[in-house]
Design a protein around this ligand. Structure first.
Ligand code: WTA
Length: 632
């Protein structure tokens, strides 16, 4: 179904998608089940922005996963679940079983007062119930917002408040490697700062003792007990919200990226099938967490809409040993494996010994996502995991794009190390200079924009449409601005260079510098702070904080630890700064703007060319900062 088979086929499809986008996408959309067809394929105005795909069409995305495919796929494994501990039995859940569980939980949600359009927060470990939770929301037309279960209670509370969630789905605890994380307590703490949540459903996973608030909290297994496993899917509009996913930007507060139903369905499935070249008996594994967009589009929706077998792993790559990923690949004969450069680099650091016991000969395709993959990691992954024979798909995309935008198609697009390569059909990238002039031809470098809508694109930022416009559609009017720098090389292949705004990419996680600064500034001794990213061997980027503080009554080392803990408590462990340098001032321009360029260079240990610092308001602090710099 709609699968490209060759390079000439790709080029042909690409041309069609640019010249007749509506015809192109309607042909692809026709293979799905719509309760009512669309009146118009696309209407759009990037100045609004207002984008509608498959206007007035009616559907339910879960009918496209289940009812549309049960006839052929009912007994096929939908989800293989590999638990944190390798000696705990794995689960193989068929499409029919997943359908029953989804329907049963859809009935449960409705019985607990959740209806169409209501927002449901999912703060859960990587267990099959998390997938069931997402699908059950979609089944009844509720809007899910998955929050990565490593976020702190205040980050969770912010998200609950922003989308005015009615329900939270969580667990009694999370097994993550050797840790048993008490997530229910985090939810309880978050709910003290919110007032919209009526019910909390708690899935039993670790059997840890947890507080259950009478009248508010219910156990998952008890809540589903009397619910039917049949459920009539709600009818939703193509442009009704499917989910909200919060992500960091260059300003302080994370924003709720809104994805709607019809376009997201079509694009997540189409991109999955084509990038990974999935074949019907393959076992596909994406190691992301469902708390990120990669988990949404390429563990759950894309694969399940394609009738694929998708593997879901609860644990971490190094537990109980650094060969765990490779063990799992052999155990289930995984054919497509999709992970992040940070995981590759972390595992590369263990050398080849952890790989030697495994054959890895089932692999046909390996993939990378989340950050630029450096050439060394690319070659290591390609040679030692892909054994030099598997195409490596370096997939560039974003929470906002909903699906993979620029990537080789496995086995079709010639591989070029560290290059995301070519746009998928329907994706029209454009490289612009700082003034927005198009940089045509090859051998050019600039900012990456997209000039034409694609079906799974962001529609708005929840509750604040102006912010959506300002963030993505204002820098270069009439275009979607990605925030990434890009180079088109002499062959016309694209290489993503990384963020050009104040967004860091730490272990593949997006983190706004302002968000970390806001957290640091919450510490009572902190007067002002500036955060920048610096190159980090494993994480891609590390977090470096320059902090002005009142040190009285503290030791410097003690204060630095307190500041790190403050960030951990306010955002979560992923945002904890790697380096904190206490300074007496920050380099500022005469208009009071922090010169981040200088701070970035010092943090990166690259002080040979700091540029002209004489125009600064306080040039003397530069020397002090250089002297006190933490070496990484
Ligand atoms: C970066 C993750 C280089 C990029 C799907 C983007 C990449 C941000 C790649 C989005 C890649 C993602 N090569 N950089 N293959 N994939 N990025 O929203 O900077 O978590 O803007 O989505 O990650 O991160 P997000």
């Amino acid at each position: 179904m709609n699968k490209i088979q060759s390079l000439s086929g790709y080029l042909h499809e690409y041309q069609k998608s640019v010249h007749q986008p509506e015809k192109f996408w309607s042909r692809i959309a026709e293979s799905f089940h719509w309760k009512k067809p669309w009146d118009q394929v696309l209407s759009w105005d990037f100045n609004g922005p207002e984008v509608k795909w498959f206007e007035n069409a009616k559907l339910n995305i879960t009918e496209n996963i289940f009812e549309r495919q049960l006839f052929t796929h009912g007994e096929k494994t939908a989800i293989i679940w590999e638990p944190n501990e390798s000696d705990e039995p794995a689960l193989h859940i068929t499409y029919k079983q997943l359908f029953d569980k989804t329907c049963q939980f859809a009935n449960t949600l409705e019985a607990q007062g959740v209806g169409k359009g209501d927002r449901v927060i999912i703060y859960m470990p990587m267990i099959p119930e998390a997938a069931v939770a997402m699908l059950a929301c979609a089944r009844i037309g509720a809007v899910h917002s998955v929050v990565f279960a490593g976020f702190s209670s205040s980050a969770l509370a912010d998200r609950i408040n922003d989308c005015e969630a009615k329900m939270v789905l969580t667990s009694d605890g999370n097994f993550r490697g050797a840790k048993n994380i008490p997530v229910k307590a985090v939810v309880d703490e978050a709910l003290e700062k919110t007032n919209t949540v009526e019910k909390v459903i708690v899935c039993q996973r670790t059997k840890a003792e947890v507080h259950m608030e009478p009248g508010r909290d219910l156990w998952w297994h008890e809540a589903i007990k009397d619910q039917d496993t049949k459920h009539k899917a709600a009818t939703v509009d193509s442009e009704d919200l499917l989910f909200i996913l919060y992500t960091s930007g260059s300003t302080g507060k994370p924003k709720g990226v809104v994805h709607t139903t019809g376009g997201y369905m079509v694009y997540s499935q189409y991109s999955f099938l084509n990038v990974f070249q999935y074949e019907q008996n393959d076992v596909y594994w994406c190691t992301a967490d469902i708390g990120w967009i990669t988990g949404h589009s390429y563990i759950i929706y894309g694969p399940l809409l394609s009738g694929a077998t998708t593997l879901m792993f609860e644990g971490v790559p190094t537990y109980p040993h650094p060969g765990r990923f490779w063990e799992i690949i052999d155990k289930y004969q995984v054919n497509q494996f999709y992970t992040a450069p940070t995981a590759i680099r972390a595992l590369q650091a263990y050398g080849l010994d952890p790989i030697t016991p495994y054959k890895l000969d089932s692999l046909k395709v390996i993939g990378s996502v989340g950050e630029p993959i450096n050439e060394e990691a690319w070659h290591w992954y390609h040679d030692h995991i892909g054994k030099g024979k598997c195409p490596l798909v370096d997939t560039w995309w974003q929470t906002e794009t909903g699906g993979i935008m620029i990537s080789p198609l496995a086995g079709i697009t010639p591989n070029k190390p560290a290059h995301a390569s070519l746009p998928l059909p329907g994706v029209q990238p454009i490289i612009v200079d700082a003034e927005g002039n198009e940089l045509k031809g090859n051998n050019v470098e600039g900012n990456l924009c997209i000039k034409f809508p694609w079906p799974s694109m962001i529609r708005t930022t929840y509750g604040d449409h102006k912010r959506c416009k300002e963030t993505y559609f204002s820098a270069y009017p009439g275009m979607y601005f990605t925030g990434d720098g890009v180079k088109r090389d002499h062959d016309g292949y694209l290489r993503i260079l990384g963020r050009v705004d104040d967004v860091m990419n730490v272990s593949g996680h997006r983190m706004g510098t302002a968000e970390v600064e806001n957290a640091i500034n919450e510490h009572p001794k902190v007067i002002e702070s500036a955060v920048v990213g610096f190159p980090h061997d494993i994480k891609g980027q590390g977090i470096y904080a320059y902090v002005i503080c009142d040190i009285e009554g503290r030791t410097e080392a003690g204060l630095i630890e307190e500041i790190k803990d403050t960030v951990r408590n306010i955002i979560g462990p992923i945002a904890k700064p790697d380096q904190v340098q206490i300074v007496s001032g920050l380099p500022k321009t005469r208009s009071g703007k922090i010169m981040r360029r200088i701070l970035r260079k010092v943090a990166s240990n690259d002080i040979s060319n700091l540029g002209d610092t004489s125009t600064l308001l306080n040039p003397e602090v530069v020397d002090e900062i250089i002297k006190g710099a933490k070496t990484n």
